[in-house]
Design a protein around this ligand. Structure first.
Ligand code: KG4
Length: 338
């Protein structure tokens, strides 16, 4: 019998709903919130309010675009955390209410599992997916982790950031340059026209597979502060070279630990996920690294790199197969690891 899962994602500032039937994506609707742009970051209270406005039309559109009736659903998967508590509450409460109305189970999904499992979203029967075990470099606004993925439901964090995430490094340095939030995509665009070897910024010396990006942020800030003292137009004149050099440094830091993790584990497949995996330089570097080492690279389509409900639905689909449902007394959690 077919298994049809509705996924709901509301952990930060995207309200999203998706339908997956037997592992194949039927719809994926995302309503992004522009209300935060003028504040230079996500404002939690405004995010929750926008989720409340968006959730009914987004779920309705996902069901309609999937060409199904809501009574065809087998279960509802929702993001339980990590994320902003008020935002998570909207998706969690909606999932509970709809599941009670339809008399179908609910499945809680760890947002980070969702990012990793986005590589298993298939749009056609013959789409290739990774084989276990593989490594996933998960790089987003809140996380930078190297994860050993042993099965759909079993993952081990081998390394993680001890301070800022890679996305924060992009966003905070972009802010120093006066670029809008989130700065990552702006750095990406500017970097394409710049000289990546023009400026050098600090790289961390952290043992093992953990990351650190706070030193880079400070070094970037001090370089710009000192240069602007002598030339007030320094940033404007050098923005493409600054962006390219910053991006290269972040990629070098990411690749250094990934290289070690591949050597330690002996895996033959490497995947990337999370918002920063949309970055052109990161994508190229991973593809080149894997080609050199004879590894198979899994680079997600850009629409599956940032927050989306398709990854929640696919994670829910695998939990459904293991009969791992959750009770109505389960509440969202703002912080949680994999
Ligand atoms: O996974 P995600 O959507 O959610 C959070 O974890 O918050 O990741 C958002 C992050 C932001 O820091 C954003 O600047 C970064 O992903 N990002 C990028 C690019 N697109 C999104 N960073 C660099 N280059 C990009 N093209």
């Amino acid at each position: 019998m077919s298994v049809t899962i509705l996924g709901i994602e509301s952990s930060c500032d995207d309200t999203s709903a998706a339908v997956i039937r037997d592992g194949i994506l039927l719809s994926n609707v995302i309503a992004s919130q522009s209300v935060h742009e003028e504040y230079g970051g996500v404002v939690p209270e405004l995010a929750s309010r926008a989720h409340q406005q968006n959730i009914v039309p987004v779920v309705d559109a996902a069901i309609r675009r999937a060409g199904i009736d809501r009574h065809d659903l087998s279960a509802i998967a929702f993001t339980r955390g990590p994320g902003l508590l008020g935002s998570l509450l909207v998706g969690t409460s909606f999932a509970k209410g709809l599941s009670l109305g339809l008399r179908i189970p609910i499945i809680d999904v760890n947002h980070l599992h969702g990012h990793v499992l986005s590589h298993f979203i298939r749009e056609k029967e013959d789409d290739t997916v990774p084989e276990f075990p593989f490594l996933c470099l998960l790089v987003s606004g809140g996380n930078s982790q190297i994860i050993l993925v042993k099965s759909h439901n079993e993952m081990e964090i081998l390394g993680k950031t001890i301070d800022d995430a890679a996305g924060e490094a992009f966003d905070k340095c972009a802010k120093v340059m006066g670029l809008p939030y989130p700065g990552g995509p702006h750095i990406d665009r500017l970097a394409a026209e710049g000289d990546a070897d023009r400026f050098r910024f600090a790289k961390p010396h952290i043992p093992g597979l953990d990351y650190s990006f706070s030193g880079l942020k400070t070094s970037f800030l001090y370089t710009l502060r000192d240069a602007v003292r002598t030339d007030p137009d320094f940033i404007e004149k050098n923005k493409a070279d600054l962006a390219a050099s910053l991006q290269k440094t972040i990629i070098d830091i990411l690749l250094d630990k990934l290289r070690k993790a591949v050597a330690m584990t002996g895996v033959t497949q490497v995947a990337i996920g999370g918002g920063v995996s949309a970055n052109s330089g990161v994508r190229d570097a991973i593809a080149r690294f894997c080609a050199q080492k004879g590894l198979k690279a899994f680079i997600p389509q850009r629409k599956f790199t940032t927050d989306n409900a398709a990854m929640v639905a696919i994670a829910g689909y695998f939990k459904y197969q293991d009969h791992r449902f959750c009770g109505y007394d389960e509440v969202p959690y703002a912080r949680v690891t994999i």
